[in-house]
Design a protein around this ligand. Structure first.
Ligand SMILES: Nc1nc2c(ncn2[C@@H]2O[C@H](COP(=O)(O)OP(=O)(O)OP(=O)(O)O)[C@@H](O)[C@H]2O)c(=O)[nH]1
Ligand SMILES: [Mg+2]
Ligand SMILES: [Zn+2]
Ligand SMILES: [Zn+2]
Length: 396
């Protein structure tokens, strides 16, 4: 697993390097290629490329600027021209993107997955920390604080072209203590953007290049589930009800084609389905089955096992869960979602698809200002990420 650009997810070749002028004398100019891949205006200073050849056997650490005579020291992505973090070229980089309709739980998932990842890695003798101060700041103010300190419902992620689009910069986490330093890059998406996606878009091409696309399917968006659960689950988020997941997934899959990305097709807010046994519903019996894999979570228990054994158990458990969740899609009359994803895998547009069920919060919020009563109790949140990592040969 080579390094990859944390913005556009393009793998960095070992044969070329691009630097941009950092003398301070060259002014940034509008950059059409960078703008197209970003989805908003980007300006860059003059860039210079060096390719390995007969005469150049090693890549230089900087390049002279032909315009101002200064030195170009900032390495940028050859595709989208964005600045790469320091020492980035030699990292192993795992890239993942969150996808789903408005309110499907992407941002909450990121917050809870990061916290769980930190705890899980710690139990495995590793540390996970923010790679950049940007990640630290955005994560803390937009994800961690609202959820873990203020116990509030987080705000909808603004469209990327709008002001205040904090998701422009990816969240970058480094995992230290394993065989090699690993970086995990997460890109959050605005459901509003996703719902408007039409055709194949350069600014969404990172989805195709991602190692893992986590697509959140919110069961509460289904009329059939909503009606049954009315009265059991409060409707705090009714005002930001998004599109049906079945309409959104094809828009995401339309961005794929290279067969790189693995698709985790995830039923989010699974705690809400756990409420079905409380009401009289034909699906209650399956969901109430205590032996079902979607009623158990062994994530933290596996950390006590030897890595090989933990990986084997995870794989077996995850395959069972996949089958159960597939069957569940059938029971909620959304088998078309599974079919569309399977077709993309068969056509080689994505590398694979697997089904998951997660709950980030663990319960439905009663008020926008009170996210949980019992505190956040994540359920199976790491599964999609562990699956994606394991496919790349990384066993956390
Ligand atoms: N019951 C339950 N509700 C959840 C869970 N996770 C998120 N929610 C609810 O879903 C709402 C939306 O979550 P967000 O993470 O903001 O959704 P999003 O997908 O980021 O939405 P956009 O940013 O608009 O695309 C939250 O405010 C919670 O009320 C969960 O695990 N269980
Ligand atoms: Mg969001
Ligand atoms: Zn890039
Ligand atoms: Zn210059």
């Amino acid at each position: 697993m080579n390094s990859a650009c944390p913005y556009c997810f393009t793998r960095l070749g070992r044969e070329e390097v691009v630097y941009r002028c950092t003398s301070g004398r060259c002014q940034p100019a509008p950059d059409p290629q960078a703008t197209a891949l970003a989805g908003y205006e980007v300006a860059t200073t003059r860039m210079y490329r060096q390719v390995l050849s007969e005469t150049v056997k090693t890549l230089p650490a900087d390049l002279p600027c032909g315009l101002c005579g200064g030195t170009c020291t900032q390495e940028v992505c050859p595709a989208c021209h964005r600045d790469l973090p320091e020492q980035w070229r030699n990292r192993r980089v795992f890239t993942m993107a969150m996808a789903g309709a408005r309110g499907s739980g992407k941002s909450v998932y990121i917050a809870v997955a990061v916290e769980t990842l930190i705890r899980y890695a710690q139990a495995r003798g590793r540390t996970v920390g923010p790679e950049t101060t940007g990640t630290q700041e955005v994560y803390s103010s937009r994800y961690y604080k609202p959820l873990y300190q203020e116990n509030k419902v987080v705000e909808g992620t603004p469209p990327i072209a709008a002001g205040g689009a904090y998701q422009r910069d990816p969240l970058i986490w480094s995992v230290v203590g394993g065989p090699e330093r690993l970086s995990i890059v997460m890109r959050d998406l605005s459901g509003e953007d996703v719902e408007k996606l039409a055709g194949v878009r350069p600014d969404f091409s990172f989805i195709d290049r991602a190692d893992l696309v986590v697509f959140l399917f919110d069961p509460l968006m289904l009329e059939s589930v909503r009606q049954v659960l009315a009265g059991v689950i409060p409707d705090v988020d009714a005002h930001r009800l998004g599109a049906r997941p079945g309409e959104v997934l094809p828009r995401i899959l339309a961005q794929t084609g290279s067969g790189t990305a693995r698709l985790a097709l995830v039923i989010s807010k699974f705690d809400s389905l756990h409420q079905l046994p409380r009401v009289s519903d034909s699906r209650a019996a399956i969901l109430a089955n205590p032996a079902a894999h979607f009623n158990q979570d062994a994530t933290m228990r596996r950390t006590a096992l030897a890595p090989d054994l933990a990986a084997a158990q995870f794989e077996a458990d995850s395959r069972f869960l996949d089958a159960e969740v597939r069957a569940l899609f059938d029971r909620i009359n959304e088998e078309s979602v599974t079919l569309v994803a399977d077709q993309a895998a068969r056509d080689g547009r994505i590398a694979a698809v697997r089904h998951f069920a997660v709950s980030a919060v663990g319960e439905s919020p009663l008020h926008a200002n009170q996210l949980t009563q019992r505190g956040i109790s994540p359920f199976r949140v790491l599964d999609p990420i562990l699956w994606g990592l394991s496919a790349k040969g990384v066993e956390l």
